[in-house]
Design a protein around this ligand. Structure first.
Ligand code: OAK
Length: 792
C-alpha cells in the first residue's frame, strides 16, 4: 500500500513526497484504493456478461454519496493497511480522510437512499448500474450570517475526483425541441437542439470487495463543434453558445426537494440523464441479444421517484420508432421492465408539467404520452388520466408505465394506496407493494462509530457487519452491568469528541454529560423543527422559573438546509439561531441548556453527530414523512427516539419495543380529522399557557430585539393556519420530553433502552430492503455472489 501510494503520488500526480499537500496524499491514497477495486469490478462485469444475468438499473436524479475514502477502504478491508502506510509515510490518516470533499449530489433522503442502495447492490452481488447526473455543483453550501441562511455554490469538482473513470467513448446524442414528421405510418423526431451525454464511471465495490458495480454519471457536452468562424469574427459569445447551453444542463443540482422546480432546465436535466441511461442500457442489451422483446427478462429499471419517469415514453419511443415494434407492444414491454418508487405524498412535490412546456421540449414524447393515456383508457375506461387540465401528471405516468409501484414504509404504502393513487390502486390492486427503506450498516455504524463498532465486535464477533440481524445477540446483554457500562462509555467517547468539534466550529462549550438531543434533516414545516425550538424556549422558561429544581441538562442540536426559495423554512432557521444566541448567553441556565446549530449539514456531519446522539428527534406531522432514514441511523447507534407515528417510526417502534421509544402526538388519521375542526390551532394555543407564553415571547421580539416584529408572520401563521399541527401536538411533545428527562437521569435504565435499540435494528439494513426489491419487483436473484464467500 505504501509503495502504491508513493507511486501514484509520483506517477499520477507528478509530486514528490517532500512537497506534497494533504490533498495530494488523499488523492494518491484514493487512486491506490481504486486500483484494488478494479479487478473485482472487471471480474463482476465479465461474470455478468458470461452468465447473461439480469441487470438492475437504478435511475436517480440524486446520489448523496458523501466521502468515499473510508467507505471504500472499509469495504476492501484495507483501513488498517491504509492507516499504517500513511503513518509510515509521516502522514496523519484521519486528516487525509477528512480532506475529501463531500460528494453532495443530492438534497436529502431520496439521494442518500440511492447511495445506500449502491452499497447493498454490490454487497449482495446483484449486477447493477446506478445512473444519474454528474453535477458540477452539488447541493449549495450553507452559511449563517446574522442567523440567516446564506447559500454559496458548492465546488467539489474543482478538485480532481480520483474515483471516476472518464469514458469519452461512451456518448449519446440527446435531442430537445423541434418537430415530429409522420409518414409511412412512422414517426420521425427532428430535434432542433442536441447535447452529448458523456459517461463518468465510479466503481462501487461491496462489503469485502467480492463484487463491483458501476455508478455511471452523465455529463453534458456540446454536440456541435466550437464555432471558429464566429470566434475569428470576434463574436466570442456566439462561438461558445452551444458549449454554454450544454454545460448548463449538468451544471447544478436543483436545491429543492419538495417543490416542483417548474423550470425548463429541470425538465431537460430529467430527460438528459434518463434518455442517456435508456440508450446505454439498450445498447448493452443489444450487444448480446437479438430480440428486443426479451428485454424484460434481462433488464429491470427502477425509477427513484418520478424524476426519471420520462423513461417510460423514451423506451416506448426507441422500441416503436427505432425498432419498429407496434406501440401497444412497446408499452407493454416497457412496463414489464419498469418499477416506480414513490417517496412523498406532499402535493407540492408531485411533479406535473404543463403540456405546452413538455410539448415544446419533447414533442415526440408528448405524442407517446397521449398514446399511453389512450391505451390505459381503452383497457380501463374511467382510469385517472395522465394528461389532465393541460398538465402531464408524472406520478400517474410512472404508475401506469410500471409493473410495480412501491412506497417506502408500511404506513406510507397504505397512504399511497388510499390517497394519491387510490383510483389507480382500485384498477391495479396488486401493483402497489411496500419496501420499507433501509440503511447500509457499513457507513452508518461500522465506519462512523468506531467505539461502538469495536465493542460490538469484541462481544459478538464481526459477523454483524455483513448480517445486521446478528445484533440481536446483544439483547442478552441488557441486564449485564459491565457491558452496559462499556456501551455507555462508547457513547460518552463519541459525545466528548463531538463536544470538542462543537467548541472548535461553533465556539460553544457543551457538557458531554448533558443529554445530546439531535434533529438533523432538511428544514421543512412538516418536519417541525419549529415545534422543537418552541419546546426549547418553553423548557428554558421553566428552568429560569425554578433554576434549582432537578433538571436534566440538555444540548439541543440542529442541522439542516432550507430550500433557497422556501421563506418559512428560512425563518425557522433564523429563529433557531436567534433563540440559540439568547439561551447560550444566559447565566441563569448556564450549562443546563445549550442550543447548537452548526452550518452546512451534510453526510459527513451526520456521521459525526449520529454516533454522539442520545435522543433522536423524529417529530414530523403524522402522515407526512414517507419513511425517514435518519431515524434508523440514530436508533442503530443507540439513540432513543422521540417521535410520532409517522413513516418508518412506526416499524422502528415495533422492532425496538414501545417501552424503548418516546411516542407522542396525533396519529395520521387524527391529523386529518383535526384539520376539520374549526379554529383548532387557536383552541390548542389557548388551552396551553406554556405555548401561549412562548409564542408571546417570540412575537414580542424577545429573541430578536433588533427587529421586534421579525416573527410576527411566523407566529401569526400558527394561530391562523397551522397546517402541520405544531400547536396541537405541542403539549404532548413537551410532556414526553420531560419523561425522557426523567429516564435519562437514571443512566443505567437509559443505557439498557438504548442497547435494545441497537440490538433490534438489524431489520433496517438495506440488505433486507434490496432483497425485497430483488424478490418482489426486479425478479433477480440476490445470489450472494459476495455473501456466499462471506459466510463460508
Ligand atoms: C425528494 C424529492 C421529491 C420527492 C421526494 C423526495 C425525498 O427526498 N423524499 C424522502 O425520501 C426518503 C427516502 O425514501 C424518505 O425517507 C423521506 O421520508 C422522504 O421525505
Amino acid at each position: 500500500m505504501k509503495e502504491e501510494i508513493l507511486r501514484h503520488l509520483c506517477k499520477s500526480l507528478g509530486k514528490d513526497a517532500a512537497h506534497s499537500s494533504v490533498h495530494d496524499w488523499r488523492v494518491a491514497l484514493s487512486l491506490a484504493l481504486r486500483d484494488r477495486m478494479v479487478d473485482h469490478w472487471f471480474r463482476s462485469t465479465r461474470e455478468t456478461y458470461e452468465t447473461r444475468a439480469k441487470r438492475v438499473y437504478y435511475l436517480s436524479m440524486e446520489f448523496l454519496i458523501g466521502r468515499l475514502v473510508e467507505d471504500m477502504a472499509a469495504n476492501l478491508g484495507l483501513v488498517e493497511e491504509a492507516r499504517a502506510a500513511l503513518t509510515e509515510l509521516g502522514q496523519d490518516y484521519d486528516a487525509v480522510v477528512l480532506n475529501e470533499p463531500d460528494a453532495a449530489l443530492g438534497n436529502g433522503g431520496l439521494g442518500r437512499l440511492a447511495a445506500c442502495f449502491m452499497d447493498l447492490l454490490a454487497s449482495l452481488g446483484i449486477p447493477a448500474y446506478g445512473y444519474g447526473i454528474r453535477y458540477e455543483h452539488g447541493l449549495f453550501k450553507q452559511d449563517f450570517v446574522d442567523g440567516r441562511q446564506v447559500e454559496t455554490a458548492e465546488t467539489w469538482l474543482t478538485q480532481r475526483n480520483p474515483w471516476e473513470f472518464e469514458r469519452p467513448e461512451v456518448q449519446f446524442r440527446i435531442g430537445f425541441g423541434g418537430h415530429v414528421d409522420h409518414h409511412d405510418g412512422k414517426a420521425y423526431w427532428h430535434p432542433w437542439e442536441t447535447v452529448l451525454a458523456t459517461a463518468y464511471d465510479t466503481p462501487v465495490v461491496g462489503w469485502q470487495g467480492k463484487w463491483g458495480n458501476t455508478l455511471r454519471l452523465w455529463s453534458a457536452r456540446p454536440a456541435s463543434k466550437f464555432d471558429l468562424e464566429s470566434f475569428n469574427r470576434g463574436d466570442y459569445l456566439a462561438a461558445g453558445r452551444s458549449e454554454a447551453l450544454a454545460r448548463t444542463i449538468s451544471r447544478v443540482l436543483y436545491p429543492d426537494d419538495t417543490t416542483e422546480a417548474g423550470k425548463e432546465l429541470r425538465l431537460k436535466q430529467e430527460y438528459f440523464f434518463t434518455a442517456a441511461s435508456i440508450m446505454d442500457l439498450l445498447r448493452r442489451f443489444l450487444s448480446d441479444h437479438d430480440d428486443i422483446r426479451e428485454l424484460p427478462q434481462y433488464v429491470a429499471i427502477q425509477l427513484n421517484d418520478t424524476h426519471p419517469a420520462i423513461a417510460g415514453p423514451e423506451l416506448v419511443r426507441l422500441m416503436s420508432d427505432e425498432h419498429n415494434l407496434p406501440m401497444d407492444e412497446a408499452i407493454e414491454l416497457a412496463r414489464r421492465c419498469l418499477g416506480y418508487t414513490n417517496h412523498t405524498l406532499l402535493p407540492e412535490a408531485l411533479e406535473r408539467w404543463h403540456v405546452g412546456l413538455l410539448g415544446r421540449v419533447l414533442p415526440r414524447h408528448l405524442e407517446i404520452i397521449r398514446a399511453i393515456d389512450e391505451d390505459q383508457q381503452a383497457r380501463h375506461p374511467g382510469s385517472p388520466r395522465i394528461l389532465e387540465h393541460d398538465h402531464v401528471h408524472m406520478g400517474e405516468l410512472a404508475f401506469i408505465m410500471a409493473h410495480k409501484v412501491n412506497g417506502v414504509s408500511a404506513l406510507h404504502t397504505e397512504l399511497v394506496k388510499s390517497t394519491v393513487f387510490s383510483d389507480l390502486h382500485r384498477i391495479h390492486p396488486t401493483r402497489i407493494v411496500n419496501q420499507t427503506n433501509g440503511i447500509t450498516p457499513r457507513r452508518w455504524l461500522h465506519t462512523c462509530n468506531a467505539p461502538l463498532s469495536n465493542l460490538i465486535t469484541r462481544e459478538i464477533g464481526d459477523g454483524w457487519v455483513a448480517d445486521l440481524e446478528k445484533l440481536k445477540a446483544l439483547n442478552q446483554r441488557t441486564g449485564d452491568r459491565e457491558f452496559l457500562d462499556a456501551f455507555s462509555a462508547a457513547k460518552r467517547q463519541n459525545k466528548t469528541e463531538l463536544a470538542d468539534w462543537i467548541a472548535q466550529t461553533c465556539g460553544i462549550a457543551v457538557d458531554p454529560d448533558a443529554m445530546f438531543d439531535v434533529q438533523i434533516k432538511r428544514i421543512h414545516e412538516y418536519k417541525r423543527q419549529l415545534m422543537n425550538i418552541l419546546e426549547t424556549v418553553a423548557l428554558w422558561n421553566e428552568m429560569r422559573d425554578a433554576p434549582d429544581a432537578e433538571w436534566t441538562p440538555r444540548v439541543k442540536i440542529f442541522g439542516g438546509k432550507a430550500a433557497p426559495g422556501y421563506h418559512v423554512a428560512k425563518q425557522i432557521i433564523h429563529l433557531i439561531n436567534d433563540v440559540a444566541r439568547v439561551i447560550n448567553n444566559d447565566p441563569v441556565t448556564g450549562d443546563l441548556l445549550k442550543v447548537v446549530f452548526p452550518a452546512n449539514y451534510n453526510v459527513t456531519m451526520a456521521e459525526r453527530l449520529i454516533p454522539a446522539a442520545d435522543l433522536s428527534e423524529q417529530i414530523s406531522t403524522a402522515g407526512k414523512e414517507a419513511s425517514g432514514t435518519g431515524n434508523m441511523k440514530f436508533a442503530l447507534n443507540g439513540a432513543l427516539t422521540i417521535g410520532t407515528l409517522d413513516g418508518a417510526n412506526v416499524e422502528i417502534r415495533e422492532h425496538v419495543g414501545s417501552e424503548n421509544f418516546f411516542l407522542f402526538g396525533l396519529t395520521a388519521r387524527e391529523v386529518v380529522e383535526r384539520r376539520h375542526v374549526h379554529g383548532y390551532a387557536r383552541a390548542a394555543i389557548e388551552a396551553s399557557p406554556r405555548l401561549s407564553r412562548v409564542l408571546g415571547q417570540i412575537a414580542d421580539g424577545q429573541f430578536s430585539p433588533e427587529d421586534s416584529s421579525r416573527y410576527h408572520g411566523l407566529v401569526g401563521g400558527l394561530y391562523d393556519h397551522d397546517y402541520f399541527l405544531v400547536t396541537c401536538d405541542f403539549d404532548s411533545y413537551f410532556d414526553t420530553q420531560r419523561r425522557a428527562d426523567q429516564v435519562y437521569r437514571n443512566g443505567s435504565n437509559w443505557a439498557a433502552m438504548a442497547l435494545r435499540n441497537t440490538a433490534s435494528m438489524g431489520w433496517f439494513s438495506s440488505d433486507r430492503t434490496i432483497r425485497g426489491y430483488a424478490r418482489d419487483i426486479w425478479q433477480v436473484d440476490a445470489v450472494d455472489r459476495a455473501g456466499l464467500e462471506m459466510t463460508a
